[in-house]
Design a protein around this ligand. Structure first.
Ligand SMILES: [Zn+2]
Length: 487
């Protein structure tokens, strides 16, 4: 490609928004589901020089990109090239994986909060193909959301990013979950889409995935993989890196039906089973899963997790005092990311203190996160959030070391492999802790801090004496567990 037809690029951009990717080279069961993001630099007049970065090299593999997201329309896949973590579609559209596992909270919502609608406001316009009655249904759906949740869906004035409702055939689908940042983002509303499906599609665009994509869904349902058409299986991959909000919600308007003629190999068999011991909401029959007409309380809570400042669901006025629950964080050893994703697009500020010391204010921002950079290993952190006046929230405690344990050598278990020594600290699973060891009285070697229940020494020496010690991230080292390795 040496020249670019801007119209073609724009057409591609509008038509091609990818949600899920699976690898063609593997068997269908190992579908890889990758949350990704369209590069937002592709605007009219953009020279697309970035595109050329990838077009000259051999890709790592060819992948299929799912470009239509929903069960009401047959999936459409297109070939794309993967270079590391970058996906290039048609040579023009760059998709990048954008993982985020930083959210402490667990419906299934986007964890890439740059894809939120600023100020909780989603502007819309009317595209072609919509009848008067279809527009009326869309307006009813908009009103249902606007009057129940903290999201404002408003007619567009001059906002850059907006959604366009349109109909150029059958099917109800969006082209990307959340706000991709590109100018016009289509919500396709076919003649066969009714109000509950329209609400469902708008909530996708607000940032909600299907409920059955939740990372904890295997605790509630068992996917009947053999009965799902291969092209649809990726829609059942848990989004382990996505965050979820509240309890698993069978009443969610974002849940798939249990029986589905388009998705099922055999439509008399279910797409998933409800696990034994799991109960549906009172009064709800399994035949209503995926067929509810309005947002559930859980759906509203999911929207309100993402948006705090607009709408009739109790959104904050500009200077309310934030709730502690509106602060989430990601702990990365030397960095702590602080998120106030409900206030994306709204000026706000964090402050923190270490071990009860003096408050340190981070710069005010309207982005969705701030960062504590010089994090100390053994400290506990207290974090507060405010909006535009001095009404600081209550404190969120991060790395609470007030209940710090001092491990003993008896809490260290181990297993010996041919090349490894496995170290177990079952009592400290989920707690930041660390092992160190020395061989034959040599110098101490520290393993990395972990919250997992085990760690390992990879270069095990035979006929050697290992001394192992353990500490919580906030405590001192235990006494030594002495291990003699086999000869
Ligand atoms: Zn959907």
């Amino acid at each position: 490609m040496t020249t670019f037809n801007i119209k073609n690029i724009l057409f591609s951009l509008l038509a091609i928004m990818a949600i899920a990717i699976f690898m063609t080279s593997c068997e269908q069961e190992s579908l890889v589901d990758i949350p990704e993001q369209i590069d937002t630099n592709f605007e009219e007049g953009h020279t697309c020089s970035d595109c050329m970065l990838y077009s000259t090299d051999e890709p790592d593999e060819i992948v299929d990109v799912l470009i239509q997201y929903d069960e009401d329309s047959d999936p459409v896949y297109e070939k794309a090239a993967r270079y590391g973590e970058v996906i290039v579609y048609g040579g023009d559209v760059v998709l990048t994986q954008n993982y985020s596992d930083d959210i402490a909270s667990r419906g299934a919502i986007i964890s890439n909060f740059s894809r939120l609608w600023p100020n909780g406001t989603m502007p819309y316009t009317w595209g072609s193909g919509l009848s008067y009655s279809k527009k009326t249904q869309i307006l009813n759906a908009i009103e249902a959301i606007n009057t129940q949740a903290n999201l404002c869906i408003v007619e567009r004035t001059n906002e850059t990013a907006y959604v366009e409702f349109r109909n150029n055939g059958g099917g109800c689908y969006v082209t990307q979950v959340g706000n991709s940042g590109t100018a016009k983002q289509t919500i396709h509303i076919g003649n066969d889409c009714y109000e509950r499906q329209i609400i469902h599609e708008i909530l996708h665009k607000a940032g909600l995935y299907h409920e059955q994509n939740r990372s904890d869904r295997d605790n509630f349902i068992s996917v009947n993989w053999n009965n799902i058409k291969p092209s649809w299986r990726s829609q059942f991959n848990p989004r382990g890196v996505e965050s979820s909000s509240g309890d698993y919600d069978f009443a969610s308007i974002m849940h798939y039906q249990q029986y589905h003629s388009s998705l099922a190999v055999n439509s008399s068999q279910p797409l998933f089973f409800i696990n034994s011991g799991v109960s549906l909401p009172a009064g709800m029959s399994s035949s209503y899963i995926g067929r509810v007409n309005n947002m559930s309380d859980g759906d509203i809570a999911s929207v309100n997790t993402l948006y705090s400042v607009c709408g009739s669901g109790g959104g904050s006025s500009a200077c309310d005092t934030p709730a502690v629950s509106e602060i989430t964080y990601g702990d990365r050893d030397y960095l702590i990311y602080l998120y106030a994703y409900g206030y994306h697009g709204v000026s706000h500020q964090f402050r923190y203190r270490e071990n009860g010391g003096a408050w340190i204010e981070l710069p005010a921002t309207s982005n969705y996160y701030s960062t504590i950079t010089n994090v100390q290993a053994n400290a506990s952190y207290e974090v507060q959030l405010k909006l535009c006046d001095d009404n600081w929230s209550d404190s969120k405690i991060i790395r609470d070391n007030s209940s710090c344990n001092a491990p003993t050598a008896s809490e260290i278990r181990y297993g010996e492999g041919s090349y490894y020594l496995y170290l177990y600290a079952y009592n400290y699973s989920g707690v930041r802790h660390q092992f160190r060891y020395r061989v034959n009285g040599g110098s101490w070697v520290e393993l990395s801090v972990t919250t997992d229940y085990y760690n390992m020494i990879t270069n095990k020496q035979s006929c050697a004496t290992y001394e192992i010690q353990l500490k919580e991230d906030c405590s001192t080292w235990s006494d030594s567990k002495v291990i003699s390795t086999g000869c």
